[in-house]
Design a protein around this ligand. Structure first.
Ligand code: PLP
Length: 431
């Protein structure tokens, strides 16, 4: 069968045995244990799993193998053009597994900021016994030492949408493996292994799930690296639930459609935002100023469906989010519906303030994940909320905070938790 195009792959990956099985949808297997009819075969199977093999004659136990999960892993490997992929219970579990597996090489990690707040925290905290050196994309080789086990980057990066040239990092890393968190790009817009990365990671909770109802992570890589990740997964137990794998596989055929449609709308919204007087700066990979290295068209086939932008004033953030009616203020991204979130107060709250500022995550920055709604409806909602937020900001009354302190805590931005604005007039008509 020819499965060269991404659309064809998305529809057919992981399904090539369907006609042999006589099914038209992936079987969902929920068994946690498997009858042992032949003890020798079972013992041999255990040995295979201990060696990190993807499957064996007897699955033995669901922490070692699950056919529904394995089927989705095969599909993701196909679409990332990787030898293998290994699924986990979340994106963070996937990242943890790569860090643990890398410890056989050393305990030093070189990473490029910004990263997703949780990934930044996992590295900064040293929780897994690793040290991190944060490096500029042009200074990777200087940051690498004898103990360096891995180079970590995200492109487009969460939440600033900074783009990193994977080939350049790979070249500087030499024989140190490079992990690319490609969650924002999806396998539809970017395939990092093609540029020499050893690992591509997705928080499958985002676009791959696509409907806001699955938490999962996946790493596509070589069979050798995959074997180590499976060993870590057996040892730590961060397995993907088979029903989640079923849903992920169910959503895969529409992944290209969803990504392309949301991207189209994002392109339009990004240019409208640029021209809006209340928006200070717009970060969008599709705009030339945001892509000095010409990554889009070279490393990525399109700019993606996320747009980040800065409001004129940090005090406008809360009223703006509160005034939105169609767009949902919520963390996460890549869903059918449009989501917006406040990185400095939510996803990247755990990153210390100085590092946040350095990484371009200001107290005025918002991250919009464009969904599948009609562009004009989205624009109307954004525009109306911007007007309301500015009107509130322009009222002469002093701001009142929910904690009654009336003053901002020194050095802290008005976090949504700490000081909630009380000044929200009920918006009864769009203006
Ligand atoms: C959400 C996210 C993660 C973490 O994934 P979870 O599935 O929430 O554990 C990692 N990287 C990026 C870029 C993300 O957006």
């Amino acid at each position: 069968m020819t499965k060269s195009g991404k659309n064809t792959l998305a529809v057919h990956a992981g399904r090539s045995d369907f006609s042999r099985l006589g099914v038209h949808a992936p079987p969902l297997s929920l068994s946690t244990t498997y009858p042992i009819k032949n003890l020798e075969k079972a013992i041999d199977s255990i040995d295979q799993f201990i060696d990190g093999k993807a499957s064996a004659a007897n699955p033995v136990y669901a922490r070692l193998f699950n056919p529904t999960v394995a089927r989705w892993e095969a599909a993701i490997a196909e679409i990332e053009n990787a030898e293998a992929s290994v699924a986990f219970s979340s994106g963070m579990a996937a990242f943890t597994a790569v860090l643990l597996a890398s410890k056989t090489r050393g305990d030093h990690i070189v990473a490029v900021r910004p990263l997703y707040g949780g990934s930044d925290h996992l590295l900064s905290s040293g929780l897994l016994g690793t040290d991190v050196t944060w490096a500029n994309p042009d200074h990777i080789s200087e940051a690498i030492g004898e103990r360096t086990a891995l180079v970590v980057l995200e492109t487009p990066a969460n939440p600033s949408l900074h783009l990193v040239d994977i080939s350049s990092i790979v070249e500087q890393a030499g024989d140190v493996p490079v992990l690319v968190d490609s969650t924002f790009a999806t396998p539809i817009l970017q395939n990092p292994l093609q540029y020499g990365a050893q690992y591509v990671l997705h928080s499958a909770t985002k676009f791959l799930g696509g409907h806001g109802d699955v938490m999962a992570g996946v790493v596509a890589t070589s069979e050798t690296h995959a074997a180590m990740l499976r060993q870590v997964r057996i040892a730590t137990g961060a397995v993907l639930n088979p029903f989640s794998a079923y849903l992920l596989h169910r959503g895969l055929p529409t992944l290209p459609l969803r990504v392309h449609r949301a991207q189209e709308t994002a392109i339009e919204l990004a240019s409208r935002l640029v021209n809006h007087p209340f928006i200070d700066r717009v970060f969008f990979p599709g705009h030339a100023e945001c892509d000095p290295l010409n990554i889009v068209g070279r490393q990525m086939t399109g700019p993606g469906a996320l747009v980040s932008f800065e409001l004129g004033n940090a005090n406008e953030v809360a009223p703006f989010l509160r005034s939105l009616e169609l767009v949902t203020a919520a963390v996460s991204l890549g869903s059918t519906d449009t989501l917006i979130q406040y990185p400095a107060g939510l996803t990247h709250r755990i990153v210390d303030e100085a590092s946040r500022e350095q990484a371009g995550i200001s107290s005025r920055l918002l991250r919009l994940s464009v969904g599948l709604e009609d562009v004009d409806d989205l624009w109307f909602d954004l525009k109306s909320a911007l007007a309301t937020a500015r009107a509130i900001q322009n009222t002469k009354r002093p701001l009142q905070w929910a904690d009654d302190s009336n003053t901002q805590v020194a050095g802290k931005q008005p976090g949504i938790r700490r000081c909630r604005l009380k000044l929200f007039p009920k918006k009864d008509s769009h203006c």
